[in-house]
Design a protein around this ligand. Sequence first.
Ligand SMILES: [Zn+2]
Length: 78
Amino acid sequence: MELQRALSFVCCGCGQGLDVVVHCSGKGLTDRTRPVAAVHVACPLCGQVNEVLFEPKGLIQVVRPAAALRSVPLPSNN
Ligand SMILES: [Zn+2]
């Protein structure tokens, strides 16, 4: 089973509206015990990686910042 879904959401980092098309495949899409898929989308403007959780039908449930390993602010040396 394969799905192609257009997702529209707002970047967690800069608030810019983003439109992405995602492709999904796998048995998990029809598994009722795990009805939500997740994709990571990097914002082209600010670089924030957004984790988008959505139902296979295309309904977005949650958009949140993905755990960022590379964007930890350095402490200032004041
Ligand atoms: Zn952004």
